[in-house]
Design a protein. Structure first.
Ligand SMILES: Cc1ncc(C[n+]2csc(CCOP(=O)(O)OP(=O)(O)O)c2C)c(N)n1
Ligand SMILES: Cc1ncc(C[n+]2csc(CCOP(=O)(O)OP(=O)(O)O)c2C)c(N)n1
Ligand SMILES: [Mg+2]
Ligand SMILES: [Mg+2]
Lengths: 323, 336, 323, 336
């Protein structure tokens, strides 16, 4: 596949932004500065970015409770996101949503979602809208290995196939739903993708810790979907570096598991290793991006901390457009 | 003005809306009917006859027959709305809200608020409801109370053909999700319907009768029962205000309070079982805000706290009817 | 397969009972004597009976809105059923359930159900109970080609496989869900059975208009389930002779479709044709059964008509065991 | 008597019940935790810590970790109950009733009635609910009103460790489905817990305070706020009855009416939004049945008609608190 330097740099920047965003949140949460409970996306960067680098603002995604990565990959304002997670008044959702409910419909990010499995049917609807527009746009549902067992997800796949709309089901298999392993909870004849295939869809599989593999496989998938107008699915094998939520003691992990994953399955390391043997990028460019990202995240946290808190008098705003 | 029944009024309004606005789509089980069969398209036009003729005009990309997957139906409506469309989704029986409850109460209802006011989700969900056809416990329920309880939803109960049209048009022009409850026993009810883009604003009750002695607030099918009672009592010189709120969320509190301030007596008639019902909601409203006007204990005429039975004798006993309403009115008048 | 004369006669009697029960209801409903709306099972007799002839009272089934056939096959009292459908006070469910809500838990019939897709998870629970009892009993969910698209049905299959319980998913594909064809509404790579197989279950297929085929295939399936304790699924290709509900104008049918089905796919005719070339039964035995069944159904209708109506004063009974 | 918190009381009660009765089983997501992982079984013991230690004692056939499939969880509980067991199913957040609503409202609630009284379905559903932890709109709701509205269900809201045990034991001895709401902010609340098979009958309120001037009916977490207010006002010589209904279905109408007959003043405190809430339900009850006793308009102190916001300042404004209760009490006293 032909990559452009700009494209690769942009992808790396997005992955680095997700990683640093989450690593930093991990620290700030430990300090007790952030309300609520938070699910970090670190480890899965190549999945979100490998998918979303193919999209523009008219393509739509629906996300999950673990949505920061999808938001950043789709282009949400990082500082506004940070403010949202801090619960500030000019957060991306005015402090009313928080970590699990970040959205920016103006760029096709239709929402993180606290209800596991709620997103897939919504992507089918977004795909109906995309079909009606007739511009070859697609709608993507991100779901986990846990969400793939929710009835809504199956219904959505069936309906998308029945009515033939450009909905794409991206299954990020990070091998855990909360404290339960995918090998227990997902009954299959082979894997999550094969269950999707049973709906008559074309399916793909890729390494969701490897940007290139995810990106290239998605290119094939999107060719198919944009060409046929039909739905498709992809299973991404990926990893979660932190607990299910911040505070999770992770007693279900094997000893040393996370260390091993950080060694062998780190999307940023894999990207760098690839570029080290490649002519496209200079590693110094990546170092420079890392620094810029650090500055951005520092500024985002500083600004979020300083930002004005929510005003209780506004509690009843925006329940309705008009009531 | 044309005379038609509620079924026709809804059908006509959907025709007009789909013609006017390409973003209006319809989804549901058998809304066209006949997909994937030898008999071909439009075998049925909706089992209630409310979507007749639509697929012929607007095609299967806008009139979408779905599999039996209510969560996906409402979820797809939600997603399409977030993406800029105006989906009208049909729940063949309102009883099925349990099958798609999350999309109603946690998704559609909350997007605008959770997303900081920047998302719009103008889904219209048509819920066909009500007892009276011996459809038993799972196909007869009046679940508007459960959705009235949910902030972010609007809840509409048309009782005349004109209001069916006007409230549907209002729903299709607003930017909020609307739960549009259609009583199956009212589909055949006839009346005059204004031409053109007739709209009825939400939160404005209809005074079905003015009497001045007792306030009867009646919901859905109960309105016509209350009217009957009012007409009968009028002959005895007892004047009933009959208020049809038309929407329970928003609720026209003013119309109810104004009437009670004059009459001092309240009877609320509701087809739902009693607990946490719209009847108790309105009773509590009046008790709080028109306390000193009340001259007698408010009366709730509701279904009993039971599932809906099948046998005709039992179902008749289940549904509140004119005798129970009349008795309640007389109790408020005789009180003290 | 070895059949006993008694067994075959019993199976025929049950099929004939279902058929005549439904044909007679069709007539009585046309007269306006029966309240509510009713879904007739005629045409699918071999499915219910081919499955249930393997069961005894400790095995459990959950049924659908089209439940009369399952009830009769499982051994419900036919007269009490008829009274129930007429809404009489000593109907099987005291007139409170009606056609769509007939149950008799004492013989393992856990209920017809007006909610499409509600039964499958319940069968998983019944299978948990069967497993706990440890007597090799099974729990069966009947579902249609429409119900197979409901999220609950998928969840149930996955959960049964995950927790490994003797739940059996019987899909009666009569090719219609209301007015919609299975070819439209069921997206698959092959058929309903293959979707079940994607959960890692063993699956079977049989002709659900042919008692022998259904019965023999179920024998294999039950060997597997009783032996392994694992769930399984079967798809039965069958036919519906009447409308979705009584009153359905059936404009979605091909011209002459029902006539052809009654000619070629009639479970009773197929049974008779089989026995005509077989040594096991004498057709006169079947004629005698037909007559006995007619007498039973006549009596059931007469008694139901005469039976006492429900007493409104009892409306609040049995909501709770104690309140 | 042992002192423990509500979390421990529930855990202990489940241990005892499973030991005593082999038909008691537990199902839910991560009720054991760690299934199919290298870390092995009992990684967590329920994310709320209420099922700790159970899988070690009773094994995976009775303590069943499930996939994320709430409809199948509640549906399986329903089927197991019909088949003779006593399943305890956990909904990790009460907000998820939308995902499994049908099994609750159309199945479990109705079997006994629809099947002519011959089926029993003693499912206990544990619903973890409530705001106060900045869990935002989809993980904080107090949905007991929606289930109180459903005939056939019983609804329980324990507020002390002793009641948590006693009400759970009662649930596990009855033959009806019980919706057992556990407030996440109350898990750490400590108190004395009777030994043995302590049972608290449903439909019997607890008098948390006796005062005689004003009746405060408070639900769930609101009870302790009401107690605070009562204690503060007691210092001024204002006596509050604080009634903890403990179960909203059945509701101890008598306790409430008796108190209001004496005080003439009612304040209902409810964490749900106002519409079709238990607050309006109780207010309507009193308005109807203690009309002539009321000396002032009843007061409902509830959450606003909004989804639950995330930001701490907003969530604090959302949850009814002691100041709002105190103000309502004073309004009823100052009235007229
Ligand atoms: C309907 C519903 N059930 C349960 C939960 C609680 N919950 C939140 S995340 C989660 C696990 C999700 O697993 P997976 O889909 O694999 O996503 P991951 O956390 O691995 O990103 C669960 C059970 C929920 N939020 N919604
Ligand atoms: C949840 C739900 N959705 C829709 C319906 C309305 N409905 C009743 S039967 C039916 C079709 C069922 O088709 P199938 O499962 O194939 O069973 P069949 O009628 O062919 O026996 C539908 C849509 C319902 N009862 N419940
Ligand atoms: Mg996962
Ligand atoms: Mg069918």
């Amino acid at each position: 596949m032909q990559y452009s330097q700009d494209g690769l740099l942009r992808a790396y920047r997005r992955m680095a932004t997700i990683r640093q965003f989450e690593e930093r949140l991990h620290e700030e949460i430990a300090k007790g500065e952030i309300p609520g409970f938070t699910h970090l996306y670190a480890g899965q960067e190549a999945a979100a970015v490998g998918v979303c680098e193919h999209l523009d603002n008219d393509d739509m995604i629906v996300s999950t409770h673990r949505g920061h990565g999808h938001c950043i990959a789709k282009g949400c304002d990082v500082k506004a996101m940070m403010k949202e997670i801090y619960g500030r008044r000019d957060g991306l959702c005015k402090g009313r949503g928080g970590s699990m409910h970040i959205a920016d419909t103006s760029i096709g990010m239709l929402g993180a979602n606290g209800i596991v499995g709620a997103g897939a049917p919504q992507a089918v609807g977004a795909a109906i809208a995309a079909r009606a527009e007739g511009k070859g746009k697609v709608a993507i549902a991100f779901s986990g290995d846990g969400a793939c067992n929710q009835g809504t997800t199956f219904e959505a796949m069936n309906m998308a196939a029945v009515i033939s709309v450009p909905a794409i089901f991206v299954f990020e298999n990070n091998h855990y739903s909360e404290h339960t392993g995918d090998k227990y909870a997902v009954a299959t004849d082979r894997d999550i993708a094969s269950r999707a295939k049973a709906f008559g869809m074309e399916v793909w599989r890729a390494n969701g810790c490897d940007f290139y593999d995810t990106f290239e496989t998605m290119a094939e998938l999107l060719d198919h979907v944009r060409g046929s107008g039909k739905p498709a699915a992809i299973e991404l094998d990926t990893e979660r570096f932190y607990g299910h939520f911040e505070g999770d003691p992770q007693r279900y992990r094997a000893k040393g598991e996370v260390d091993r994953l950080r060694e062998e399955r780190d999307a940023l390391k894999i990207f760098r290793a690839h570029e080290a043997t490649d002519e496209m990028l200079d590693l110094a460019q990546l170092d420079a991006i890392d620094e810029e990202v650090t500055a951005l995240i520092d500024a985002a946290v500083d600004e979020a901390r300083e930002a004005e808190k929510c005003d209780p008098s506004q509690i009843e705003e925006d329940v309705y457009a008009a009531y | 003005m044309a005379v038609m029944n509620i079924r026709e009024a809804i059908n006509q309004t959907l025709h007009d809306a789909m013609e006017r606005d390409p973003s209006v789509i319809l989804l549901g089980e058998d809304v066209a009917g006949g997909a994937g069969t030898a008999g071909g398209q439009e075998a049925i036009g909706g089992i209630w006859g409310t979507s007749t003729g639509l697929i012929g005009k607007f095609g299967p990309e806008r009139v979408i027959d779905t599999p039996i997957s209510e969560s996906a139906i409402i979820g797809a409506a939600a997603g399409a709305a977030l993406a800029g469309m105006r989906p009208v989704a049909e729940l063949m029986f309102a009883d099925f809200i349990g099958v798609c409850g999350d999309q109603l109460i946690n998704q559609i209802a909350k997007f605008r608020y959770m997303f900081g006011g920047k998302a719009r989700c103008p889904v219209v969900v048509r819920l066909i409801y009500g007892a009276g056809m011996n459809s038993a416990a799972q196909h007869s329920q009046a679940f508007y109370n459960l959705l009235t309880a949910i902030p972010g939803l609007k809840v509409v109960l048309p009782t005349t053909p004109a209001d069916a049209k006007g409230l549907m048009n209002e729903a299709l022009h607003g930017d909020d999700p609307v739960m549009f409850f259609e009583h199956k026993a009212l589909y055949g009810k006839k009346g005059e319907v204004p031409e053109g883009l007739h709209r009825v604003p939400f939160g404005h009750a209809r005074m079905a009768r003015e009497g001045g002695d007792v306030t009867i607030v009646a919901l859905g099918r109960m309105v016509s029962f209350a009217e009957k009672v009012a007409d009968k009592l009028a002959e005895e010189g007892i004047g009933c205000d009959v208020i049809d709120p038309r929407t329970t969320s928003p609720l026209d509190e003013e119309a109810i309070l104004d009437s009670v301030e004059q009459t001092g007596r309240l009877v609320v008639v509701d087809e739902s079982p009693p607990r946490c019902s719209v009847a108790t909601d309105i009773t509590a409203l009046v008790a709080q805000k028109a306390f000193s006007s009340l001259d007698a204990p408010p009366e709730c005429v509701t279904a009993p706290h039971t599932p809906i039975p099948f046998a005709p004798e039992l179902e008749r006993a289940y549904v509140p009817g004119p005798p129970a309403i009349e008795a309640a009115v007389r109790r408020t008048l005789d009180w003290g």
